[in-house]
Design a protein around this ligand. Structure first.
Ligand SMILES: Cc1ncc(COP(=O)(O)O)c(C=O)c1O
Length: 369
């Protein structure tokens, strides 16, 4: 891997060979558009998309493929949800009240802030978990299933139950961008209205993501164009296809969807080895200048260094081949809450070995000595 130690899986995962091969084969030998033709090659593409959609539905425990909408990523899905929900008749005269938390990635909260919705903050408890005694009153609740700074999965089923107890009609949106890498999503048990994640963090290509919709028939599309129309009925009227087509106007990221299928196959067999994080935790917690803010059993290791700017640290270890993340990780609210302008985050993927983290720990020790 060009002599680098890639420890930035939470930003984006390296790709399994099977994903690369599937995409290359498709681009070279099998390429055509989907939903557009009846020649055998086009039909084969449609079949591949259908299989990939079924794969995603099984992977996240959805009830039907109609609930699986391909997006360009978690951010795209989280923005689209805002448009879909805001277009509901009940929010035409009064904008929704949306509950967010300081665990949120910028992609989960900013779209709502920009929509003009009312925002309430779901306070976190002492361990930076959702405080179950402070479930807010809201029309929409945004849940971050795993913070991209703290790396601990929340109990989504229990949280959603608590939300629905207080707000029976609330729509619940789950940002599962980090959760999906390490944990099983079970959409039918969670009872979330929307679940969004990106393909690239689970070993697929960039440009593809998933938006699960519990009840697609309850929503009017947010995007319009080819592939979604059932019949043009007049100069200004048409009928629409049913979901998922209704929500997938335009050409899909076909190559990336084919890669996503393979990425899920791979991830289902190989999850990242979190013992590597425990090893780093044990080594780095012995260095007094390093202040770890994550727990030993988290999916990532996040810390700051007393007396050293995280950008300097990142540049020093980066020059020695250790690729990790420094900054606020697009989680500015959590960093404000922690009173930190930035942190260092180490995250591992399926390609990482004990040898990688041993070497990285040596380099980090030298950098902060
Ligand atoms: C928790 C969380 N939500 C959303 C996103 C946004 O994902 P993407 O940039 O792939 O759209 C990320 C990416 O880092 C994330 O960690």
């Amino acid at each position: 891997m060009n002599n680098i130690i890639y420890l930035d899986a939470a930003a984006t995962a390296l790709k399994p060979e099977s994903v690369i091969t599937a995409e290359m084969n498709f681009l070279r030998d099998e390429y055509a558009n989907s939903g557009r033709g009846i020649c055998p090659r086009a039909a084969a593409v449609d079949a591949s998309i259908a299989k990939a959609r079924q794969k995603v539905a099984n992977f996240i425990g959805a009830e039907s493929t109609e609930q699986i909408i391909f997006t360009s990523g978690a951010t795209d899905g989280l923005n689209r949800v805002v448009h879909l929900v805001s277009a509901l008749p009940k929010f035409q005269s009064k904008k929704p009240i949306v509950a967010v938390s300081d665990l949120d990635h910028h992609s989960a909260r900013l779209p709502w802030m920009e929509s003009g919705a009312g925002i309430v903050i779901w306070q976190l408890g002492e361990t930076f978990n959702y405080d179950m005694s402070k479930v807010p009153v809201a029309d929409v609740v945004v849940i971050t299933a795993m913070s991209n700074v703290l790396g601990l999965p929340i109990n989504v089923t229990d949280l959603i139950k608590a939300v629905r107890k207080k707000n029976p009609d609330a729509l619940v949106i789950v940002d599962a961008a980090q959760y999906v890498v390490h944990n099983q999503i079970i959409a039918k048990d969670w009872d979330a209205d929307f679940i969004c994640f990106s393909g690239h963090k689970i070993g697929a290509d960039t440009g593809v993501g998933v938006m699960y919709m519990k009840s697609p028939d309850d929503f009017f599309p947010d995007k319009f164009g080819g592939g979604m129309v059932n019949k043009i009925t007049g100069a200004m009227s048409c009928t629409l296809n049913v979901a998922p087509d209704k929500f997938e106007a335009g050409t899909l990221p076909i190559t990336q969807i084919i890669g996503l299928h393979k990425a899920i196959d791979y991830l289902s067999e190989h999850r990242p080895n979190l013992d590597l994080i425990k090893y780093l935790y044990d080594r780095l917690s012995k260095i007094s200048r390093i202040k770890i803010i994550t727990s030993r059993n988290a999916a990532m290791l996040t810390f700051y260094i007393e007396g050293m700017h995280v950008l300097d640290f990142g540049a020093i270890v980066g020059a020695r081949g250790v690729c990790l993340r420094v900054g606020n990780m697009c989680a500015g609210w959590l960093h404000n809450l922690l009173g930190l302008s930035g942190t260092v985050r180490i995250s591992v993927g399926t390609w990482n070995t004990m040898d990688d983290v041993r070497k990285a720990a040596d380099i980090i020790e030298e950098a902060v000595k």
